[in-house]
Design a protein around this ligand. Structure first.
Ligand code: UDP
Length: 469
């Protein structure tokens, strides 16, 4: 009998592509036949994952759509601009024909396609192939955003800074209008339709697959299934399939620091004494914000690893880098950092994060406390999960949703104060204790017999049964 064949069609942004590559590894490790559909620009981003599967019954196959180099308009290593957003819709629909050809020819057991390809549901159905949606985020953010879409509580407050409660959720969660995207803004032209279509795709698709685990957000797993009435499986944290240093080192891009330099620096620091700061792959601090962060970090006098996505001029306080080198307090990585390798080191105790879903899950999987600094996408919801529900982090303060993924406006005093709080022996340690409990639960979830392990079993059984219907 032919092996069950699962096809993955990831979106090009790293925050969507990295977990989908991990997911493909996970499926391949269960003996399934897996294929990733991608374009020439993105193919190198999977090469490491594929090497990992050489010992499995079926290696991950790649299906490269040739001749579509220009379709990768949103390249996650570039900044977000009006131009890139307006090209977005056109570029993703260009992939429609070649993906359809592939599905028609190979008739896999299922197609797991990113939320940004809503057209895949109907297309796959033509060939009797179930389409599964992957959002790249968790149950809580999807439940919260759906509640806002349905009940529009933000329209009943009188100002952008007046808090409103997100209705009908298991917890009382407050947000302000400033923390939501303004979908009528010029920059979203052509993009809003894709988002709306992708939300509909949740209802019309066969189901939704999550990089999450039940013990993290049990009320929202239930809410999503029972109140929102969507078929869903959780199979994460998928990053935990990267077990050795090599896998962690080259997950995504090639790291801008050598493994031994990074680990040697961390090895010299006491447990839980290092603050790790990163804003992920899209968000970026302005020059003045970089300056304020530097001043705040120096003032709180903690050890830190700080990832700065792109080389920038004119932000550094005079003598800052030299002082950090001499006293060994700070390590700046310009470019790509081996994030899970760093977070997993016992010296790291705090993660200052923009709250991308992957970063939140990776932080939880490493048992660190967090400083939440959301910038865009669903990050404001993710931040609430960390601070209000899980109580393993503290908010940096009142930041605003930014369409251009720009971090700005946080003063050095706020950085100093919040970092000190999360590093503290009292409050900080309490948060770390809770985070360590979640870390253990995350590990157990993906082990044989764990909640995510079993949900993946259910998923596989369901897909196989669909084929024989
Ligand atoms: N990442 C990394 N090194 C970096 C920046 C990002 O390994 O220097 C990884 C990170 O571990 C995570 C992903 O890229 O898996 C970023 O996804 P996330 O959802 O956190 O944020 P996004 O970049 O999508 O905003």
């Amino acid at each position: 009998m032919a092996a069950c064949h699962v096809v993955f069609f990831p979106f090009t942004a790293y925050g969507h592509l990295i977990p989908m590559a991990d997911m493909a590894v996970l499926f391949a490790s269960r003996g399934l036949q897996t294929t990733i559909i991608t374009t020439p620009f993105n193919v190198h981003r999977f090469s490491k994952s594929i090497q990992k599967t050489t010992t499995f019954p079926h290696q991950i196959a790649l299906h490269i759509i040739e001749g579509y180099e220009n379709s990768d308009q949103i390249r996650s290593d570039e900044s977000i601009s009006n131009e890139s957003i307006s090209n977005f819709r056109e570029s993703i629909s260009m992939l429609q024909e070649p993906v359809e050809q592939f599905i028609q020819e190979y008739r896999p057991n299922c197609l797991i396609a990113d939320m940004f390809y809503p057209w895949t549901t109907k297309m796959a159905a033509k060939f009797d192939v179930p389409r599964i949606v992957f959002h790249g985020s968790g149950f809580f953010p999807l439940c919260a955003s759906e509640s806002i879409r349905l009940y529009e509580p933000h329209k009943r407050v009188s100002s952008d800074s007046e808090p409103f409660i997100i209705p009908h959720l298991p917890h009382e969660i407050k947000l302000t209008r400033k923390q939501l995207p303004d979908l009528e803004a010029e920059i979203f032209k052509g993009f809003v339709e894709v988002i709306i279509e992708s939300m509909k795709a949740d209802e019309t698709s066969y189901g939704v697959i999550f990089n999450s685990f039940n013990e993290l957000e049990p009320e929202y797993v239930r809410h999503y299934r029972e109140v929102m009435k969507r078929k869903a499986w959780h199979i994460g944290p998928v990053s935990l399939c990267n077990k050795n240093t090599d896998d962690k080192l080259e997950r995504g891009k090639k790291a801008a620091i050598k493994e031994d330099e990074c680990l040697r620096w961390l090895d010299l620091k006491p447990p839980n004494s290092v603050v790790y700061l990163s804003f992920g792959t899209l968000a970026e601090a302005t020059t003045s914000q970089l300056h304020e962060i530097a001043m705040g970090l120096e003032a709180c006098n903690e050890n830190f690893i700080w990832v700065i996505k792109n080389e920038r001029e004119g932000w550094m306080p005079e003598g800052f880098e030299a002082r950090m080198k001499v006293n060994g307090k700070g390590l700046i990585i310009t470019g790509w950092a081996p994030q899970t390798l760093i977070l997993d080191h016992e010296s790291v105790g705090v993660f200052v994060t923009h709250c991308g879903w992957n970063s939140v899950l990776e932080g939880i999987s490493s048992g660190v406390a967090m400083v939440t600094w959301p910038v865009m996408a669903e990050q404001f919801y993710n931040a609430k999960l960390v601070t209000d529900i899980l109580q393993i982090g503290v908010s940096i303060g009142d930041t605003e949703w930014s369409a251009t993924a720009s971090c700005d406006g946080v003063k050095r005093e706020a950085v100093e104060k919040v970092v000190a709080k999360v590093m503290s022996a009292e409050e900080g340690e309490e948060m770390r204790k809770r985070a360590r409990v979640l870390k253990e639960k995350a590990k157990m979830a993906v082990e044989d017999g764990g909640s995510s392990y079993l949900d993946l079993n259910d998923f596989i059984e369901d897909i196989k049964a669909f084929k024989s219907k």
